[in-house]
Design a protein around this ligand. Structure first.
Ligand code: C5P
Length: 357
């Protein structure tokens, strides 16, 4: 797996940083860099497992009604909040009193900051709905390629909102990444061409495209906004995630009642759930935790690269283990471009002595 590290200025780099402050002959990584490696690695694994589990869940045939996506979103949100509460509890040396103190101080006594988190939370809810519209109107290949544009919007928001500076090689790496992803994404077209195609009218294609384009902007904005809040505050990422999750839960419950209220009254919130559904819910909750950690310890742009690598990984697993994918030379070219882009992005941000970033 590719190793992503950080520079001392907090900018991402792909090459190990020798820590001169330690004056050690063995290159040692600071804890924040180790956390960056670990969080990015786990994100690659989580995204890959989620894609494969979802694909597996789609191939399962069942007599029962299908589970409600809105209910799965709420369950994942609850699981995420519980996991974050346990992490804060651990950080407070398992003292219930200290846990109460932190929650009161950070959530109840800081209503403005708590309200600030309603912004990314509301945008994420909108985004999840937009992606549903996009997926209902576009084929999987077009959807995946177009949604990778979020890496570019994320870079634009990082530059404008966080004052991040990207060098010419980094911009170039973003362009190469987009080209690589576009080539890699050729494969679902081959897969879907075997399956019966849904007749997609031009207007529904346009609607799907608009939805995914708006989702690219919302993903970039919400991610960078959350990064700004996290990097401006000393409080643990888990406390902020509880705040984000609480709003997510409220918006999610509204979604359940608006979209699926009737069905919930008829067959309950957990209709159609099976072990695979719970696995998807758990992986989605884990995703929320890992994404928060990646945003804190790495950044949103590297998050985009990590998910691109996971697209390649899940495709390779499809080929070697599931044997439902026959890669072409175009796929390999695309994969090489993505890996090259990842290295190029890190190369430029390696600090040069005395050069401001
Ligand atoms: O596509 P994108 O990377 O923007 O998706 C981010 C997803 O991660 C959203 O579905 C959002 O709900 C979720 N998320 C989360 N917790 C965070 C940040 C994002 O659950 N702290």
């Amino acid at each position: 797996m590719m190793i992503l590290t950080g520079t001392k200025q907090g900018h991402p780099s792909l090459f190990p940083v020798s820590v001169s402050a330690n004056a050690s002959s063995m290159p040692m990584l600071p804890t924040s860099s180790r956390l960056k490696y670990v969080s990015l690695g786990v994100l690659v694994l989580q995204t890959t497992s989620l894609v494969l589990t979802m694909r597996y869940s789609r191939t399962l045939h069942s007599e029962d009604p299908r589970y409600l996506a809105s209910s799965a979103v709420v369950c994942a949100e609850v699981l995420k909040i519980v996991a974050c509460l346990l992490l804060v509890f651990r950080d407070q040396s398992f003292s219930v009193r200290a846990l109460n103190g932190v929650l009161k101080e950070e959530i109840i006594n800081k209503p403005l900051l708590t309200l600030k988190l309603a912004v990314p939370s509301g945008i994420y809810t909108l985004q999840n709905n937009l992606l549903y519209v996009a997926l209902s109107n576009l084929d999987a290949a077009t959807y995946q390629v177009t949604y990778q544009l979020k890496i570019l919007t994320t870079a634009l928001f990082s530059v404008s909102m966080l004052g991040k500076r990207l060098g010419i090689y980094q911009w170039l790496s973003l362009v190469i990444l987009m080209a690589g992803i576009a080539l890699v994404q050729q494969w679902p077209t081959e897969v879907t061409s075997i399956a019966p195609q849904k007749d997609l009218t031009a207007s529904s294609q346009l609607m799907g495209l608009l939805a995914v384009l708006v989702a690219c902007f919302s993903s970039g904005f919400a991610g960078v906004y959350f990064e700004k809040i996290l990097k401006e505050s000393k409080q643990s990422v888990w406390v902020r995630n509880i705040q984000l999750g609480l709003f997510g839960l409220i918006f999610g419950l509204v979604g359940v009642f608006v979209y699926d209220g009737e069905r919930v009254r008829e067959n309950g919130l957990f209709q159609g759930y099976n072990n695979v559904t719970w696995a998807v819910v758990a992986l989605q909750a884990l995703g929320g935790l890992v994404i928060a950690a990646v945003i804190k310890f790495a950044d949103n742009i590297l998050k985009g690269f990590a998910t691109s690598i996971s697209i390649i990984l899940s495709t390779l697993i499809s080929y070697f283990f599931l044997e439902d994918f026959d890669p072409t030379s175009v796929f390999f070219l695309g994969a090489m471009l993505v890996i090259a882009a990842t290295f190029l992005y890190g190369y430029e941000s390696t600090p040069k002595p005395g050069q401001p970033q």
